[in-house]
Design a protein around this ligand. Structure first.
Ligand SMILES: C[S@@+](CC[C@H](N)C(=O)[O-])C[C@H]1O[C@@H](n2cnc3c(N)ncnc32)[C@H](O)[C@@H]1O
Length: 209
């Protein structure tokens, strides 16, 4: 996918960043984060990644809920990251870095969980992102994918196209996950059409005699 597409997204979110936490969508996103917590299961001292972290609201909530959790927020937009760093109440156990979801700047098997809330729909290379998530997760680790979902893969008008977003049905999420090596552990509606899909990175299959 062209870097032009990614640059357009970066500019869009850079412009949105200063008012992001004050506008209506963010209120909805924070209600979604709260609902998501009902489904999150983490080991002690978990190390987590929030992809497309925006202003860092989800990591802030996770950090308060799990006092021993360490987290990294990754985002395309330097302006979003600037706000996340200013508001970071959990430094140094929470940090924020610039990067792209389809080329995660992390070693293999680093994270107990990866989160993506209302961000996956912007990714131009969803299969590559799934493969990257599988690579950076520990065996048994989970990927919590939260996005608006559509019953079928036919895109609503005005949403498709190179500058737009892409919504995925349950079946397509499962397909994308399995193509990256992740097993789907279920779907849960969090708020209206906003769907959580939980994936896990399976262990090695036992050797048969
Ligand atoms: C609607 S905001 C959601 C932010 C946050 N996850 C939340 O729940 O409030 C989408 C975020 O995804 C980021 N983003 C979009 N495409 C990205 C990509 N390819 N890699 C990393 N971040 C990306 C944007 O910069 C933006 O901050």
């Amino acid at each position: 996918m062209s870097s032009d597409f990614v640059n357009k997204k970066k500019n869009l979110f850079d412009r949105w960043a200063p008012t992001y936490d004050w506008l209506f969508p963010s209120v909805v996103y924070q209600a979604i984060h709260k609902r998501l917590l009902e489904f999150v299961d983490l080991p002690d001292n978990a190390n987590v990644l929030d992809m497309g972290c925006g202003t860092g609201r989800l990591l802030d909530r996770l950090g308060s809920h799990f006092p021993d959790l360490r987290g990294t927020g990754l985002d395309l937009s330097p302006q979003m990251l600037g706000i996340a760093r200013q508001k970071n109440r959990h430094h140094p156990r929470m940090i924020f870095i610039e990067g792209k979801a389809d080329a995660l700047p992390f070693a293999e098997g680093q994270f107990d969980a990866v989160f993506s809330t209302i961000s996956f729909l912007h990714y131009p290379e969803p299969q590559q992102v799934m493969a990257e998530v599988a690579r950076v997760l520990k065996v048994g680790g989970c990927f919590y994918l939260v996005d608006i979902s559509w019953k079928t893969d036919i895109q609503p008008p005005l949403m498709s196209g190179s500058g737009g977003i892409k919504l995925y049905s349950k079946q397509t999420r499962e397909f994308l996950g399995s193509s990256g090596g992740l097993q789907c552990h279920g779907h849960h509606y969090l708020l209206g059409p906003v769907l959580l899909t939980i994936f896990a990175k399976p262990g090695k299959l036992p050797l048969t005699a």
